[in-house]
Design a protein around this ligand. Structure first.
Ligand code: ADP
Length: 543
């Protein structure tokens, strides 16, 4: 409420009720409120409860007279500054004394009171009171304003600090990124050198295995990087279906087992036999579990123990990955799920990552309506990561089936047209297809690809998107115009793995979209599927 609208309280003290009434009658006007007391004691009681702007004191009262009351008021901190007007029958010695040491806030009016004088004196004091009250409000506002300014200053200092830290983390991240991406390149280049010098030497197989591992590692880093940027821009679409968590764990184990075994860890599985069903994206949940298993393998000294437990409770499933490795410092623990967080940069990071894995884990789990948490007793005491996911109660299609390897009967080889302007890429794809027992052929640009498709009618076209001249989208559109190519399989092969790129490819008529470098496993699986579908469709070409 605006303080100017609160009435100004005025205390009137007189032992005679008729005096009280007549004083009030003389003074009554808007904005004033009269509090009446019939004795000094009553007046003091009132003053204990509330503040007043002015006290009008009758001097002649039984028991405590006006001066005694005034003395008592002066004696207390609460009331000593209240202005007083004495109403006296004549100016006495005592009154003069009082005036002597309390000038200013004390005044005297002799009875009979002249109404006009009394009114104007009361008006002066109530005006003073209002100004004081206004000042107090302004002082409170100023104080609040200053406090708010301080708070804002503190907040902006904190923001600046957070920005500075983010900037440092970004720089560190870029350094790590460059380092981590360059790491695998050295052994790959060495490997190439060795293979060139001794292609069939005793080391050749080992070297190829090493090169494959390094390449896989590098591809994983880049995939993580793309995933995390997609997640942070909210551009990952989950392909959800009813699936068992066991299938996700199975798939994760396939991915992580080599790393676990390389480090000679003892892997203990505690997984219920009854399937735990969730509505989820099998690939993404497998990625989540495999990230946790990989971390457990990386951050545990060789020969450690990794325990994967799956449990059901209260309509949700917990998957827990516990290790007895390096553990996590308490001050680091709350931040492990943040992007680019890494504990110890001096650690041997030869199998390290970019500080992205756990950020991805928590985002993907969140997108499944679940939660992630990390527990560690501290450095050297091992770590336990748990994700909880809501169980599904609906019945739907089982996504796991699609994953099971389909057996291909001994079918005729597929004719595969490889279209890629990168000669090396095309040549190695050709070799891979050859090794798989298919018949490959190569075109290095779009027009030639269309000619070859017309002449040879390939079963599958493995088509690069970014090519000079006619790009892959256009080639695909034109392929789809040819009656003989309408039902053949066209696979987009690109370095661009964003969801929008996939959509664009499907719109242009592609059947599949795979990102480079194409993994042999994926291509084998895809071609086997195509062969199987063709066989099922009763295509006379394929047994
Ligand atoms: P990265 O492994 O690429 O560094 P992550 O996001 O997967 O990134 O992990 C972030 C950090 O959390 C790691 O650098 C490591 O310091 C710590 N961390 C993750 N998992 C474990 C674990 N099982 N034991 C100890 N520390 C871990």
């Amino acid at each position: 409420m605006n303080p100017a609208h609160i009435p100004v309280p005025i205390l009137i003290v007189d032992d005679l009720p008729e005096n009280l009434l007549s004083l009030e009658a003389v003074l009554r006007r808007d904005g004033l409120e009269f509090i009446k007391a019939r004795s000094g004691t009553e007046a003091l009681e009132i003053l204990l409860r509330q503040e007043v702007a002015l006290a009008l004191l009758d001097v002649q009262m039984p028991e405590m007279d006006g001066f005694e009351l005034a003395e008592t008021m002066r004696g207390s901190e609460r009331t000593r500054r209240i202005p007083i007007i004495f109403l006296t029958a004549g100016v006495t010695d005592r009154a003069r004394r009082f005036r002597g040491y309390e000038a200013g806030a004390v005044d005297f009016l002799e009875k009979p009171i002249e109404a006009d004088i009394l009114r104007s004196k009361v008006a002066v004091f109530s005006e003073l009171y209002l100004q004081r009250r206004q000042l107090a409000v302004q002082r409170d506002n100023l104080k609040a304003f200053a406090e708010e300014n301080l708070r804002l200053l503190k907040e902006s200092r904190e923001n600046a600090q957070a920005l500075k830290e983010a900037d440092i983390r970004k720089d560190e991240f870029l350094a790590t990124l460059a380092h981590e991406l360059r790491n695998p390149l050295a052994p790959i280049r060495n490997g190439l050198q060795i293979l060139r010098m001794a292609p069939e030497g005793p080391r050749a197989e080992e070297v190829r295995g090493m090169m494959d591992r390094q390449l896989t590692h590098m591809v994983r880093l880049i995939d993580d990087l793309l995933d995390v940027s997609r997640v942070s821009r909210g551009r990952i679409d989950l392909r959800k279906a009813r699936m068992s968590l066991q299938s996700a764990v199975q798939s994760a184990l396939e991915t992580s087992r080599p790393l676990i075994e390389d480090n000679r860890h003892n892997l203990i599985l505690d997984i219920p036999e009854t399937p735990l069903w969730v509505e989820g994206d099998l690939t993404r949940l497998a990625q989540v579990v495999s990230n946790l298993l990989n971390n457990a393998a990386k951050y545990t000294p060789p020969g450690g123990e990794i325990r994967l437990t799956m449990r059901e409770h209260d309509g949700q499933a917990d998957i827990e990955v516990a290790d007895n490795g390096l553990g996590i410092d308490p001050d680091m623990l709350p931040r492990v799920f943040e992007l680019f967080t890494q504990a110890d940069r001096h650690l041997d990071r030869s199998q390290g990552g970019l500080g992205i894995g756990l950020a991805l884990v928590s985002k993907l789990v969140e997108m499944h309506g679940g939660t992630s948490r990390a527990v560690s007793e501290g450095a050297g005491k091992g770590s336990t990561f748990t994700i909880s996911l809501p169980l599904s109660d609906t019945h739907g299609e089982f996504a796991g089936e699609g994953l099971q390897k389909k057996q291909t009967r001994d079918a005729a080889p597929l004719k595969v047209l490889i279209v890629d302007d990168n000669v090396d890429s095309a040549q190695t794809s050709l070799w891979m297809l050859d090794l798989m027992g298919h018949r490959g052929m190569v075109a290095h640009e779009g027009v030639r690809a269309l000619e070859m498709a017309r002449e040879q009618t390939p079963d599958v076209v493995l088509l690069d998107i970014g090519m000079p001249g006619m790009d892959g989208y256009e080639v695909c559109r034109q392929l789809r115009q040819m009656p003989e190519m309408k039902n053949k399989t066209v696979i987009a092969q690109t370095g661009w793995g964003q969801e929008s790129d996939r959509q664009k490819a499907f719109a242009a008529g592609f059947d599949h979209h795979i990102t480079k470098p194409v993994s042999l496993d994926l291509l084998t699986q895809l071609l086997a599927d195509i062969r199987l579908t063709a066989a099922k469709a009763g295509d006379p070409q394929h047994g």
